[in-house]
Design a protein. Structure first.
Length: 214
C-alpha cells in the first residue's frame, strides 16, 4: 500500500494521514513533521528550513528529495508508506517516480482532499498541535478534552508558527502555483482519487477509504 495524500494547508491532510497509516499499518511520512523536528533540534537542515517555513514558502526541492530518498530507504517503508506533504512540486513528483522505479511504483494511489480556499483560513487559525507528540486539534471541529492540553500525552497545545494569516495566504498561494500542477501530473497518469474534504473527520476518512477501494 503506497499512498500519497495531497491537499491545501488546513485540508485535514495530517489528521487523515495519521488515520490511514494506522488502518493499514504503514508509516506516516510527513515532510512537514520531519522539518519541524529538524527545526526543534537545530540541525543544519532545521536552521535552513526555519525562516522559509515561518514565511510560508517551500523548502528547496533538492533538500526535500534527499530527505525522502533517505526516509524511503528505511526498513519500515519497504512494505508501503503514506506520504503527507510530499511531493509538493512537479520536480519532486518526477524525482519520486525515479526513486520508486523498479520498486513496484505502479501501485501508487494519490488522494487529493478538496477544500475551498474560503474555509482554509478559519480551519488553520483554529488549529492547535501538541509540541511534544505532534497530535493535531481544531478548537471547533476536533477540540481536546481539556482546553490547551494534549489528550494523548498531556503536553501543552500550541499554534504552529506558520499558522498566522499572512503565512497561510502565502502557503495557499504556493499550493495553487506549485502543488496544483502535481495533482494534474498524477491525474494524467491515472493515479488520482479526488475526495471532498469539506466534512467531519470521520466522514472524510470513510471517503478516503472508499477512494482507495477499501
Ligand atoms: P506541512 O506540515 O505539510 O504543512 O508543511 C509545513 C511547511 O514545511 C511547508 O509550508 C513548507 O515550508 C515545508 N515543507 C513541507 N513539505 C515540503 C515539501 N515537500 N517541499 C517543500 N517544502 C515543504
Amino acid at each position: 500500500m503506497r499512498v500519497i495524500l495531497v491537499g491545501p494547508p488546513g485540508s485535514g491532510k495530517g489528521t487523515q494521514a495519521k488515520q490511514v497509516s494506522d488502518r493499514f499499518a504503514i508509516p506516516h511520512i510527513s515532510t512537514g513533521d520531519i522539518l519541524r523536528e529538524a527545526v526543534r533540534n537545530k540541525t543544519a537542515l532545521g536552521l535552513q528550513a526555519e525562516p522559509i517555513m515561518a514565511a510560508g514558502g517551500l523548502v528547496p526541492d533538492d533538500l526535500m528529495i534527499g530527505i525522502i530518498r533517505e526516509r524511503l530507504n528505511q526498513e519500515d517503508a519497504t512494505a508501503g508508506f503514506l506520504l503527507d506533504g510530499f511531493p509538493r512540486t512537479v520536480v519532486q513528483a518526477e524525482k519520486l517516480d525515479a526513486i520508486l522505479e523498479g520498486n513496484e511504483g505502479s501501485d501508487l494511489s494519490v488522494v487529493v482532499l478538496l477544500v475551498p480556499d474560503a474555509l482554509i483560513v478559519n480551519r488553520i487559525t483554529l488549529r492547535r498541535s501538541c509540541g511534544a507528540c505532534g497530535s493535531v486539534y481544531h478548537l471547533e471541529n476536533l477540540p481536546p478534552s481539556m482546553e490547551g492540553v494534549c489528550d494523548k500525552c498531556g503536553a501543552p497545545l500550541v499554534a504552529r508558527p506558520d499558522d498566522n494569516e499572512e503565512a497561510v495566504v502565502k502557503r495557499l498561494g504556493a499550493y495553487h502555483a506549485q502543488t496544483a500542477p502535481v495533482v494534474e501530473y498524477y491525474r494524467a497518469k491515472g493515479k488520482l482519487k479526488e475526495v471532498d474534504g469539506n466534512a467531519a473527520v470521520d466522514v472524510v476518512f470513510e471517503r478516503v477509504m472508499r477512494s482507495l477501494g477499501v
